[in-house]
Design a protein around this ligand. Sequence first.
Ligand code: NIG
Ligand code: FE
Length: 404
Amino acid sequence: MIVNIGELVGIVPEGVLRKQGAEMSETGILKDAWIRIEDGLIKDFGPMSECPETDSDVLDADGGMVMPAFCDSHTHVVYAGSREGEFLDKINGLSYEEIAARGGGILNSSDLLHRTSEDDLFSQSMERVREVMAAGTGAIEIKSGYGLNPEDEMKMLRVIRRIRQSVPAVVRATFLGAHAVGRGYTHDGYVDTIAGMMPQAAELADFVDVFCDEGFFTPEDTGRILKAGAAFGLPAKIHANELAESGGVEVGVRYGALSVDHLERSGPAQIEALKGTPTMPTMLPGSSFFLGIPYAPAKDYIHAGLGIALASDYNPGSSPSGDMRFVMALGCIRMRLTPVQAFNAVTLNSAYAMGVAHLAGSITPGKIANLTVTQPGWNLTRLAYHYRTPYIRTVLLRGLPIHA
Ligand code: NIG
Ligand code: FE
């Protein structure tokens, strides 16, 4: 049980799995509260004036805020080594596309991954997962996509499964074989190979993803791969409209994608396509920040009545950070979201975008007790405003403090 909570933030009624339009500006907040955790789940909560007696463990929050842990619905944290060399190329003026065209970028990561043993890949990736859990992430989606041949893609998916078995955070796996054309393949031959991998990939993955963008995969390729994934029960989450108006949103919507992600180059046409669909538009301000490209027009989506999720895109090429508090701050500072809108985007809506909104992303009895307890005096606005000041007192995952 946690008592003397200054603000219990993110209270959402059972059954509400996402927030859209005006709902994005609302979240339940109870001041001066307690919350009870049982068997790793949220049991109940209420005001301190009606605090039940208990003989179990009590944590005195001392006026700190308690909020649901962040949900990060889009990451590539399983990768080998780093791309620091390309960081220098980027500083010297090369664009993401130029670096990729020189055989750097995703192919560079795939060469590194090929040379790295499965155990080493696991330990390198676990360091990042521990880092983000300590920073308050309680649910994380992880993509393959640096294998780029069947063997190495399966190696990545096995590493994600091992992470899932090793950490208290909620983990979901996405098969992103179509991240770039692997070395030694023709474009069409590669699309065939990835589509043909679905029977094995579906054993380990929850979702299928395609980098549907200029210079990578077309909407036609994407349709083929999503269809092949659907035949093996894999819902889609796609990379769309990062580098160009790629047609990715439209093909994602056509296949009932759970999310379409990036959206830096999107506008009224994509908003229209998304209205009335189950697809969650997901924006990745960390990659806009790192690449110096436009931020996705989040406000326009919300004004049109849509919900949005925010995720970190933690990866070695376009967003080498998984700090969801910084993502939330960028949402406020650069996308002009209010702190409550940004909060909903990094919790419930991001949980929805990775298919776990029934388990995580809000203060709701029955959900997993993945909670951040802050130092005294914090609130959502201050979290985004003083965006570098340490604020975490403890992170509880499945009701237990994590030891980073
Ligand atoms: O989401 N855009 C495609 N994939 C990643 C970048 C991957 C990389 O450069 O390694 C992204 O930004
Ligand atoms: Fe990505």
